[in-house]
Design a binder for this molecule. Structure first.
Ligand SMILES: *Cc1c(COP(=O)(O)O)cnc(C)c1O
Length: 418
């Protein structure tokens, strides 16, 4: 243990060694030390350039250091940053208005991280269940999907199906039921008079970029209408252009009762999240019933507002759709015995690798070596999700390198047709 306040010499050790020594080991990073970023590029401590095919799990969808968002951040930081919500501020209203107009929903509750906004959605669903639907007190149920990822609070990991996320963190909050993702019949069977909401990702991100069968979201909407259940979509990763639409729910033309946003809402600069919902749902919150010291601060609001404007004015949704189609054409043309499936939409692909042929982490390490940053999910899926501002030219280089890395990772690999 270090004695509190003891002076120590840190200059002689590398940042990597210090991080390994002093950080809790709740991550297993790839061995590269990043020092700066611009657009779709990142640089390491030896000034080596990488193409970012990760986008910080979609938090950097606008690219790194976007000039307009940076300008908004700097201007607001020197004006007013964190006055608390004990007062109104001049940036929150315009930001939330833009968010509601964009989503087609009525009211928004600003938070910071995705997990907090999911917690907000859970609270809203439960209160709505008791106050509006009339579910007996403390009996509300929320239905979620197997393989979900909604964040890391104890309540949220309590309904995860991933042992690593749960082990040793119980006891968990009751009131959640999990059914297979993409299975409408299982969902229908799980609904009871005590069901307040279905909480689901329209495309499962951390679960391996799993796209449900066409018609699933529309089917969920219909079930929710029939049984008076809220449809709450977690678009923290799928939203804001990532999946080739502003929001993934638009792909099937459904309207949810509430959505959860985060990651890209912070423009690659700050944690900014929100729960956005119909008025009837949001009306359950009264002063004192929920809050966050930093949520809705003017610095975050100014950055979030500019993040939305940049998506709109730079046509990032269209870019995601068009470049995404190109990316999927190229990925589907790869012939490699280890490639089991290519899934996703927009600029968001998960490539499933046969673990008997190659490890997804090994593929990512080889890509790193060749100047492309990605990260495996679940040890078997390589994620390809560049900033939406990436140039087609750089995307093509990254895809060439992915095909090359995959080829080299499979000892018995046949030549790749990319
Ligand atoms: C990342 C993520 C979250 C959690 O966001 P944090 O900001 O890490 O708390 C929630 N839901 C989904 C779908 C996510 O991908």
């Amino acid at each position: 243990m270090t004695r509190p306040g003891k002076r120590f010499e840190i200059r002689s050790e590398t940042p990597l060694a210090l991080e390994q020594r002093y950080s809790a080991h709740n991550y297993d990073p790839l061995p590269v030390v990043l020092t700066r970023g611009k657009g779709a590029f990142l640089w390491d401590d030896a000034d080596r350039r990488y193409i970012d095919m990760m986008s910080a799990y979609s938090a950097a969808s606008h690219g790194h250091g976007h000039p307009r968002i940076l300008a908004a951040l700097e201007a607001q930081a020197s004006q007013l940053a964190v006055p608390s919500r004990a007062y109104f501020n001049d940036k929150l209203g315009p930001f939330l208005a833009a968010l509601c107009k964009r989503t087609g929903l009525d009211e928004a509750l600003p938070m910071n991280t995705g997990a907090e906004a999911v917690e907000t959605a859970i609270k809203a669903a439960r209160r709505w269940g008791y106050y509006v639907k009339g579910i007996p007190h403390n009996k509300a149920e929320i239905i979620v999907a197997d393989g979900n990822f909604h964040g890391r609070t104890t309540t949220i990991v309590g309904f995860s199906s991933e042992p690593d996320y749960r082990d040793g963190f119980g006891p968990f909050a009751p009131g959640f039921v999990s059914v297979p993702f993409g299975d409408l019949l299982a969902m229908k069977r799980a609904i009871t008079p005590r069901t307040a909401a279905i909480l689901i990702e329209p495309i499962q991100g951390e679960g391996g970029i799993i796209v449900p069968p066409q018609g699933y979201l529309a089917g969920l909407r219909q079930l929710c209408d029939e049984h008076r259940v809220l449809l709450i979509l977690d678009e923290v990763q799928s939203g804001l252009g990532r999946a080739g639409d502003w929001f993934a729910f638009q792909h099937e033309g459904v309207m949810p009762d509430g959505i959860v946003l985060g990651k890209a809402l912070g423009g690659g600069m700050l944690p900014v999240s929100a729960f956005v919902a119909r008025r009837e749902v949001m009306a359950v919150f009264t002063p004192g019933s929920h809050g966050s010291t930093f949520g809705g601060n003017p610095l975050a609001a100014a950055v979030g507002f500019e993040a939305l404007r940049v998506i709109e004015e730079e046509g990032l949704v269209e870019r995601s759709r068009m470049l995404g189609e190109h990316m999927f054409d190229r990925l589907r043309a790869i012939r490699n015995p280890a490639l089991r499936a290519v899934r996703g939409r927009g600029l968001w692909a998960g490539v499933e690798i046969d673990p008997r042929q190659a490890s997804a982490r090994d593929v990512c390490l080889r890509m790193l070596d060749k100047g492309v940053l990605s990260k495996d999910t679940h040890g078997t899926v390589v994620r390809l999700a560049p900033p939406l501002v990436i140039r087609k030219y750089d995307l093509d280089i990254a895809l060439d390198i992915f095909a090359e890395a995959l080829n080299e990772a499979v000892p018995s690999g046949q030549p790749v047709a990319a």
